[in-house]
Design a protein around this ligand. Structure first.
Ligand code: HEM
Length: 421
């Protein structure tokens, strides 16, 4: 009796295993054809495949494993393949062709500008943080936001009033550095630069004084803001992000961060709308608030304006703070360069007020800043989706809907540009 029971169990085991194998195989075949059918139909397959490529999953596992060091890993892979185009495949995602040569970047951002857009997949993934702001929009909406911003970000505004904001903020910054040097307390320079840029750009963009730099405590908004950006970055490589965010602790935390950050920006909008003299204000948010459509109605809802605010905070705060931090890091590693830079500062500025004209004359300082950006670009990678089929300058065929990705980090290390010239 026990023997026949064991036999039954064995046959049950075999049935179960066969069933599971069949189900997994069917799902794999379905995923393979679904992905091929929906994203990469009719595509040329002769290209170099992306790092860690395996059938069906493509480079998905590699991207997940190397998430914290992806920019550098993609550079190493480009180098290994003599900087030729390679194609990253991932589940439920269109192909992404990677090439960082100046010819490809010029092709995407200039020669074929109208054929390349942010793409629906990107927009969906960044929507929680960026909504319809400038980094997540194309066409007329992006054009209008660019045109509106150009009223503020130009040389005249810089000379008239923006420079003053930076000067005042710099005084606070130096006061704080003095405090630190008196107490000898360790501090994170990047955090201080982030406070500096957050204060400055909130005043320039929205006429609001946050005074974060004066505080020695972490800024709650900034922490939520940083976390939100990490969640967005993770989404771009996770084909199951919607599911995993719904059912994981991290996913739930992400939702809270997005809301916290959005509410912060929404408060800016509501405060400004309730201000009596808002017609006289010249900050960026006031310009956006006054935009009307052809029927004379306001163009953007409060929610949309909050997203616009967040896009500009990301644009100004993170990029500038990162560039300044890397610049100081590189200077600390190159004392002879630091010495030459100090000489230029003494000659051109000394104890006088910093002005646009004086900064323009400081060629060495400019070169130091650009060199830090070459090695550590604040936007190390970028991508666009093709609207119509296209051919890259190196002959790579790009099917409509596919992405082309380029990396300024890789470009800044390409021997053909930097070492052989
Ligand atoms: C070192 C500092 C900065 C770096 C390295 C940098 C880099 C970049 C890059 C690479 C882009 C292109 C992004 C894309 O096409 O997807 C971009 C776009 C943009 N940046 Fe900056 N940026 C810096 C500072 C700023 C500042 C201070 C502002 C103003 C607050 C700003 C506002 C913008 C805006 C509005 C766009 C979108 C432009 C458009 O789509 O037409 N950036 N930036």
């Amino acid at each position: 009796m026990f023997d026949s029971f064991l036999k039954n169990l064995e046959s049950l085991d075999i049935i179960q295993t066969s069933l599971i194998t069949t189900i997994i195989s069917s799902i794999s075949v379905f995923i393979y054809f679904y992905t091929k059918e929906n994203f990469n139909k009719g595509e040329n397959t002769s290209h170099i495949l992306g790092p860690g490529h395996i059938p069906i999953l493509g480079s998905g596992l590699f991207l997940k494993k190397n998430f914290n060091n992806l920019t550098h890993q993609l550079y190493l892979y480009s180098k290994q393949n003599s900087f030729k185009t390679f194609c990253i495949k991932n589940l439920f995602a269109p192909n992404t062709y990677v090439n960082s040569s100046p010819e490809v970047v010029e092709h995407i951002l200039k020669n074929k500008f109208n054929n390349y857009v942010k793409g629906e997949l990107t927009k969906e993934r960044v929507h929680d943080l960026l909504g319809n702001g400038i980094f997540a929009s194309d066409g007329e909406s992006a054009k209008l936001q660019r045109k509106t911003a150009a009223n503020i970000f130009n040389v005249k505004s810089f000379k008239d009033w923006v420079a003053n904001i930076f000067q005042n903020e710099m005084d606070v910054f130096f006061g704080k550095l003095n405090e630190y040097s008196k107490t000898g307390k360790e501090f994170d320079l990047y955090d201080e630069f982030c406070k500096f840029t957050l204060d400055s750009f909130c005043e320039i963009g929205f006429g609001i004084k946050l005074n974060c730099l004066e505080s020695f405590e972490p800024v709650a908004f900034a922490a939520a803001f940083d976390k939100s950006q990490v969640y967005l970055a993770k989404r771009s490589f996770n084909p199951f992000w919607k599911l995993s965010e719904k059912f994981t602790k991290e996913g739930r935390e992400g939702k809270i961060c997005f809301k916290e950050v959005h509410d912060f920006a929404l408060n800016f909008v509501l405060d400004l709308k309730n201000e009596e003299n808002r017609d006289k204000r010249k900050d960026l948010l006031s310009l956006f608030l006054n935009l009307k459509n052809s029927d004379g109605n306001v163009l953007h809802s409060d929610e949309e304006l909050a997203y616009i605010v967040l896009n500009f905070i990301i644009a100004g705060r993170d990029t500038t703070a990162q560039a300044l931090s890397w610049c100081i890091y590189e200077l600390s590693k190159n004392p002879s360069v630091e010495l030459k830079l100090l000489e230029e500062i003494q000659t051109n500025i000394g104890n006088s007020v910093v002005t646009y004209e004086k900064i323009k004359e400081m060629k060495y300082a400019n070169a130091c800043f650009l060199e830090a950006l070459r090695l550590h670009p604040s936007v190390p990678g970028n991508k666009r989706a093709a609207i119509k089929d296209d051919i890259l300058p190196d002959g790579t065929f790009v099917k409509a809907g596919s992405y082309v990705l380029w990396s300024p980090y890789t470009q800044g290390r390409m021997p053909s540009i930097w070492y052989n010239s």
